[in-house]
Design a protein around this ligand. Structure first.
Ligand code: ZN
Length: 217
């Protein structure tokens, strides 16, 4: 009898756990869907998108400030989360990439580092190491398809116009490898406390795949 009760209690606990998790999952997905519905509502309003009009720089600036005042006022009613990020995401500054679209809500769990062509310099490597010392467990270094910085580096005419950018793209892989062997980073990777990934983002679909080295252009 006692044994049966134990089984019943276990099954009941498992079911409760399942429904609780299922409920949280539903809430998570529903929240994401509502955010996307919000994007869809806003994307249909060209008056506010800053790009599809012949606006002067001053008008764009005024709209930027207006949108900041509106958006930041929301924080008064919905204070920002103070949770600490556990992922650092490095991405190119390409305007087509939106980290919120790539991984969902990047406000709370991500440090986002955007640079020209995803190239790290020493100061970015130090900043990433600082985020790791603050609790980051995964560093996702990304590059992406149709990257303007990469194209500039491949084009002799553009190399002449943007020599520093081209040189930076040339040394991107070396910089990434330099980051991996920084003593604090190497030690944490060795202990299994840190994972560093290099991923490629498909700019059109925003899907992230394992990076494969391109050996020829
Ligand atoms: Zn790019």
């Amino acid at each position: 009898m006692r044994f049966r009760l134990l089984i019943l209690a276990t099954v009941a606990a498992l079911c409760a756990g399942f429904w609780w998790n299922w409920g949280q999952r539903t809430e998570f997905v529903l929240g994401g869907a509502m955010v996307n519905i919000g994007y869809r509502l806003q994307d249909r309003l060209p008056e506010y998108d800053l790009t599809h009009h012949h606006l002067s720089p001053q008008q764009v600036w005024d709209e930027f400030l207006g949108q900041n005042r509106l958006a930041s006022s929301v924080r008064f009613y919905l204070p920002r989360s103070v949770m600490h990020p556990v992922v650092a995401l490095v991405a190119c500054m390409d305007g087509r990439l939106d980290t919120n679209e790539i991984v969902g809500d990047t406000r709370r769990f991500y440090y986002v580092l955007r640079t020209a062509g995803s190239v790290l310099s020493i100061k970015e490597e130090e900043m990433l190491e600082l985020t790791v010392s603050n609790g980051v467990k995964v560093v996702v270094f990304t590059t992406h398809t149709d990257c303007a910085a990469e194209k500039a580096a491949r084009d002799p005419a553009k190399r002449a116009l943007y020599p520093q950018l081209a040189a930076a793209v040339d040394e991107r892989k070396a910089r990434f490898e330099e980051f991996l062997v920084r003593p604090a980073i190497k030690e944490r990777i060795g202990k299994g406390e840190l994972l560093v990934k290099w991923m490629d983002i498909n700019t059109a679909t925003e899907r992230v795949e394992e990076h494969h080295e391109v050996t020829s252009h």
